[in-house]
Structure formats: structure tokens, C-alpha cells
Design a protein around this ligand. Structure first.
Ligand SMILES: [Fe+2]
Ligand SMILES: [Fe+2]
Length: 141
């Protein structure tokens, strides 16, 4: 698998956790299964931290090769998403169910929507960027 394929595969893995998180937060799930939600969030958190590092590195390489990518936007969004991620992570680590529920309902929902949109935009810019696909493949080795 080259770098692009790996990044896309990681997006799919994160989307599966987002889906799971959203389902476990839905209103039919009363009372909330906090320990399940905690596990799902931790999985997402780990996938994401790994992914973000690799991705920023990859985008820098693409940019240095002359690709026109909305690099500032990606970095800005990573920072914004880190904020929501931190609120949720802190709530989960506090062990307080009330705090977790409040965080899920605010930052949790924002995070799900923003991360989905971020992934979508990122894939669009990777696939539409001005660098030709062979250059990307060479870079990916
Ligand atoms: Fe990203
Ligand atoms: Fe990404």
C-alpha cells in the first residue's frame, strides 16, 4: 500500500469508529453505555493521532513537490479538531458520567460532523490536486 492508499484506508477506519460513536450516542440508546462509548472514543483517538502525524508529513512532502493543496486549511482544521478531541478526552478521563454526557452532546457531535467533512474535503483535495498521480505514487514509496 502506498501512502495515499494508507491515508484513505485510515480514513475508512476512523469513519467506522465515528459511525459507531454516533450510534451509541443516539436517543434509542438510553441509558448511554458509557464504557462502550469510552472504548470507541479511545480507538478513534489512537487512530487519529497516528494518522494526523503521517498526514501532515505527507502533505508537506506533496507541497514541496509543488502540489497545490489547501495546506493551511488542513492544519487549521486539525487544530480545531484537536480542541474538541481534548474536551472529550478530558471528560472521559474524569470518569464523571454527567461530564461525559455533556461533552458528547456538544463537542462530541461537533467532532463527528467536522471530522467527516474534514475527511471528505481532504480526499477531494488529494484527488484533485495539480500534481499528477505518478508523482504522488513516486512520493509514496
Ligand atoms: Fe486531516
Ligand atoms: Fe486525514
Amino acid at each position: 500500500m502506498n501512502s495515499v492508499e494508507r491515508l484513505l484506508e485510515e480514513h475508512r477506519q476512523m469513519e467506522r469508529q465515528l459511525e459507531e460513536l454516533e450510534m451509541s450516542m443516539s436517543e434509542d440508546e438510553e441509558p448511554l453505555n458509557v464504557s462502550h462509548i469510552t472504548n470507541v472514543f479511545r480507538k478513534l483517538h489512537n487512530l487519529w493521532n497516528e494518522h494526523e502525524k503521517k498526514e501532515e508529513d505527507f502533505f508537506i512532502r506533496l507541497k514541496n513537490e509543488g502540489a497545490s493543496l489547501p495546506f493551511e486549511k488542513v492544519l487549521f482544521e486539525h487544530q480545531e479538531l484537536r480542541g474538541h478531541k481534548k474536551v472529550l478526552n478530558d471528560a472521559i478521563n474524569s470518569g464523571s458520567d454527567i461530564r461525559i454526557m455533556v461533552a458528547l452532546d456538544t463537542d462530541g457531535r461537533m467532532l463527528i460532523n467536522k471530522l467527516r467533512k474534514h475527511i471528505e474535503d481532504e480526499e477531494e483535495s488529494i484527488l484533485n490536486n495539480s500534481l499528477n498521480i505518478n508523482q504522488i505514487k513516486n512520493l509514496s514509496r
